[in-house]
Structure formats: C-alpha cells, structure tokens
Design a protein around this ligand. Structure first.
Ligand code: S3P
Length: 185
C-alpha cells in the first residue's frame, strides 16, 4: 500500500464491503459518506459498469435485455471483489438476484443490507427513468417483497434506513464493520 492510500487517520478494509438493497436504499450515498469520513475508497458498481461498457444501463437493457445486463453485472462484481486495497462497493439493487453473486460477495467480502420501503425509495429517487426496473410504486412494492429473502440470505448485517439521515446510517454501518473486524483504523 502506498502512502497516498494510507493517509493519516484513514481506515482500511480487511475485505471488500458490498452494500446491497433496493434502488433508493441509499447504497451509494452511504458508501460515499463512509469514504469521505473514514478515508476509504468507494466504487459504485453501476457507474463502473457503465464506464466499462461505454453504455448506460438503460441502453444495455434496451439492447440486451435484463439477462444481458445481469451477465455483465456478475462479471463486474467479481472484478470489484478482487480489487486491492479492498473497497466499498455500492451494488445495483438486483445484484443479489443471482445465487452465484450472493455466494461470491459473502465469500470474498462482507455484505451490508440497507432496508428501505417502496414509498421511501420513490421519494429518494429523483429520476426513475434511469432505472429501467423502477416502474411504479406498486411494482416496486412487489419487487422488494420478492427480493427480501435474497437480500437477507446475502447479508452479514442489516441496517434500517427509513426516516434516517445518511450520516446516521453510515455511522451504524461503520460500527458494524468495526465489530466484525472488517474496518481497521
Ligand atoms: C436495478 C437497480 C439499479 C441498476 C439497474 C437494475 C435493480 O441499481 O443496477 O437499473 O434490478 O434493482 P440501483 O439500485 O443502484 O439503482
């Protein structure tokens, strides 16, 4: 590790940390907050995927369908799991759908599930057009209900987010990571 990577007061991660949960759960905001307050590196898996592919997620869905997108997503998760120093990875909401992804995340790292309701998610998402699978409140409710068992299966720890500010959620995540020996100062 270079001096730049280990700044004074900065923390490190013993393993990659995957933030999972439905769209609008706050995965990216919480991960960015942890990066700035704890001196960690955060990578947004969707942003990384769009850069790697040179296309937006909406374009990939339109050109290759959801299955095509899921195959690329699985590949990206494996790439990010292998990065060193280990980083915080905010995952797309559907990343835990594939059994192989759930196993890979748990095996390579530590998984934090951020819980959210469809109502709160809708209020937090400014532009649902960039999210091909966020159609309306009713389908969001059904999708969340169908995914909850998968999120729970993948999770090492679950954190409630409804009605809570990002800073408070990030602090709870940091405490859980420290307790698990994943966040080292
Ligand atoms: C998806 C969530 C999105 C993105 C894609 C599919 C999903 O990520 O990966 O639109 O299946 O829930 P965010 O959760 O970051 O919005």
């Amino acid at each position: 590790m270079t001096l730049d990577e280990k700044r004074a007061g900065a923390c490190t991660l013993a393993r990659p940390v995957f933030l999972i949960g439905f769209m609008g759960a706050g995965k990216t905001s919480v991960s960015r907050r942890l990066a700035t307050t704890r001196g960690l590196t955060a990578v947004d898996a969707d942003e990384y995927l769009e850069q790697r592919e040179g296309r937006t997620i909406a374009q990939i869905f339109a050109q290759e369908g959801e299955e095509g997108f899921r195959a690329i997503e699985a590949d990206v998760l494996r790439e990010l799991a292998e990065r060193r120093p280990a980083c915080l990875v905010s995952c797309g909401g559907g990343a835990p759908l594939r059994e192989g992804n759930r196993a890979a995340m748990r095996q390579a790292g530590f998984v934090v599930y951020l819980e959210v309701t469809a109502e709160e998610a809708a209020a937090r998402i400014p532009n649902t057009e960039s999210r091909p699978l966020f159609k309306n409140l009713e389908t969001a409710r059904d999708t969340i209900a169908a995914r909850i068992p998968l999120y729970q299966e993948a999770a090492d720890v679950t954190v409630r987010t409804v009605g809570r500010p990002v800073a408070e959620i990030a602090d709870e995540v940091a405490e859980a990571l420290a307790r698990a020996g994943v966040l080292e100062s």
